[in-house]
Design a binder for this molecule. Sequence first.
Ligand SMILES: [Zn+2]
Ligand SMILES: [Zn+2]
Length: 254
Amino acid sequence: MKIAENVFGYRTAIANIAYIAGLGSMKEDWVLIDTGVPYSAPFILKNIKPLFHEKKPLAIILTHAHFDHIGALQTLVNEWNVPVYIHEKEIPYLESKKKYPAPTPFKEKGMMSFLSPFYPRDGIDFHSIIKPISSEDSLPFLMGWKWIHTPGHTVGHISLFREKDQLLLAGDALITVKQESLFAVLTQKKEIHGPPAYFTPDVETSFRSIEKLQSLDPKILYTGHGVPMYGKEIREGINELLSQHSTGSLVKGI
Ligand SMILES: [Zn+2]
Ligand SMILES: [Zn+2]
């Protein structure tokens, strides 16, 4: 699915990934953002074929290390042997040295929340290929883009922003579907929503991160879950989410 100029989206079961193209000297130079749910590698490889032919990406960039964003990482790294960029604070989780806090299924009711204790939280050993991103760094390859530290959902969560068309790839910092609701996930009903509640240990920080993203005034929004959004519905949705949060009118948590 084309999201914007040189940016494509693909949904692996419940989680989105993105391809950013047109980056290097060759037309087919590209990077992969996130790697989807486990077992999605064959689907990703098939999906990128018509876009990039046999060309592997210059790098993989991860918004964070939750299982539904790193599911195909091991297989794709074995296949491509390319560097993997991730915020330095997220690395211990990716490398299994730290575990994410247990999900909190009762923050919000709904089937997806009910299932969350069964979501795997263990990391994998990727030590040799990981490139940490720290505050001074800019991301290689991504000319015209900047990354924004958007903690709360996880400590080292990042979002990506392209100035020229105000395109925001927000990972799970905020999403465009109510991920806790099985019905909304199945129908992909569009709605600006806080990060998935069952996996967000620091809700207050996650809302500070959403304010940071609001200040960028995104005109195109593609997130880790849900459909892309365009134009003023983004601003309206974010404003509404923040005002509901500040008045405490959000139902249970986020
Ligand atoms: Zn997540
Ligand atoms: Zn996610």
